[in-house]
Design a binder for this molecule. Sequence first.
Ligand SMILES: [Fe+2]
Ligand SMILES: [Fe+2]
Length: 299
Amino acid sequence: MSATFNDEEIHQIERLIRISKEKPLLPENFVPWSAPEEPHHTFLPEHLVSLHGMPIYDTLSDEQKRELARLEVVQSMYAYCWSEGLFCIFMNRYIQDRKPDDLERRFLIREIIEECRHMDMFASAIEKLGRKPILMNRLQRLFGNWTARFLPYDFLFVSCIAIEIMADRYGEHLRHADGSYPVLQKVAQLHNIEEARHILFTRAVLKKYTQKAGPLRATWYSLIILTNICFFQNAYVHSEIYRKVGIQNPKKVRQEAFSHYQKKFAADCLDTLKDFIESFNGFNVITKPLWRKVMKLDI
Ligand SMILES: [Fe+2]
Ligand SMILES: [Fe+2]
């Protein structure tokens, strides 16, 4: 697969490469790593905390709520970090045999550099928050590695854009939250800025595929996006986190929390993704019921 770009897209991708080279955002300088954590700092806007809005949330002490937000933001950064590692495997596979001056190769080299910096930045932020994430299980690792190595390129770009758009919306909430811990606020800001450039590129690459996608291909793309989001949500809402916070019957709470969280997530973080899916007619008789049932999306 090789994308064909029009003059305007070539001009835009060249501009994105230039920005990446001339104005790099280095986490080492951009993030105020030495900023102390103050008691009034928040880690997640409350509406993104999985249990917020459920009766059980009101029974938690302030310390438990704070710990829950801390653990969930650690978990989400770990999940992004892990999926970015997979993107790098895929992008390296995609550019491996291209000429040095190939436009896509030149952009993706910049993206790989930025993703490596993001992974390092997320790992430092996790360390700063002083908690260990719950690692992906064997099945999740097998699934992730298999897809990055063997799935067709257009399917993988669709997966990339799904996570990028979702991360972008999630990061926007984090970035603009009042009283956010400055380290997290700047981490979110940096990620937001650079992912916006990646999304522009991925949209241009995918245009060729999404524009002429027939009903079958549109269905596949839609299902791939749905699987990716569901995968991510499963990695993020965790009974082990509830146990650590001191919640009774964590597994039972998780069952209820998951669909509750999905409803909030669909309303808060999936609006741009919904537009993207609509752009290639990805909501049809097969996928619409699934998006409604599995993802609680209001369509
Ligand atoms: Fe990233
Ligand atoms: Fe990215």
